[in-house]
Ligand binder design. Sequence first.
Ligand code: AVJ
Length: 326
Amino acid sequence: MIRPEQLKRVPVPASIPVSEIAGDVLEGLSRTPKSLPPKLLYDAEGSALFEQITCLPEYYPTRTEAAILMTHADEICSRLGKNVSVGELGAGTATKTRILLRSLLRRQFSVNYFPLDVSDAALKLAKDEVEKELQAVNVHPQIGDFEDLTFLELQARPRLVLYIGSSIGNLEHVDAITLLQNVAQHLSSGDQLLLGVDLVKDSGVMQAAYNDSAGITASFNKNLLIRINRELGGHFEPEAFYHVSFWNEAASRIELHLESARSQSVRVDALDTTIRFGQGERIHTENSYKYTLERLGDLLQHGGFQLEHTWTDPHCWFAVSLGVIK
Ligand code: AVJ
């Protein structure tokens, strides 16, 4: 098992234009039940809090996936095409990616690596860290979201696309399939996808990971209110909301909510509106879908990839799957 402190970490700031969050916030808080898109959780402060989450003793996904990558990096690389170029969706600071790149460089002279992320700052760190350690990797940062994946076509074939870290767990099933189909559309026969997803397991283990005893996940969740206060002139009192997270068995997901401790009205200046909350009323802020191996196979297949191999940890808590375009 890898200790969290063995993984080198750097804070990841992210940014979304203000106008975009105004529309999302107004729409989400006008809805019944109230909800906000999970991407709003990842501003600079939220991304730094998520980096802290990844080091918590209760938060198993990051270190479990890193252990899978470390244990099987050579075998994973042996299943890749000859002389691949590497693209990565939501690369962040590329901490786990370096595990794979190290191993890849034992099989090919150099690697062209195209990390895509919304955060300029994260990409700069990714480029610095990767090029400092691995001189034979040429980093070509791509700033943007998953709407525009044309950069994949700039990559020399054969291509490997990384989508690790279980980020796909934030998406509804249809959206996850649509995203993979989108990726597949920019690829050619023989190109491959390495996908990391969190698996269904004992509900106590999953629930502890999203309700840590240090309260970091609660701060991460409430940071959304602080962000609205800062960027939209909101008047939320974070102490007047509880962090609520639970396992929704029927939907196979962990849900994060913010629950109003009392009935209250909150003014948001930039939206020129006042939002009313009943006592116990919740804002749904994030979903983290957990897969079974069977549903992971279906996801890849419906996304346009043929499953080649899946690697898991000894507890079968997390899975890393390799798929190929036929
Ligand atoms: C970044 C989506 C992979 O779902 O585990 C962690 C987000 N939220 N704790 C996850 C998250 C609260 C995380 N992902």
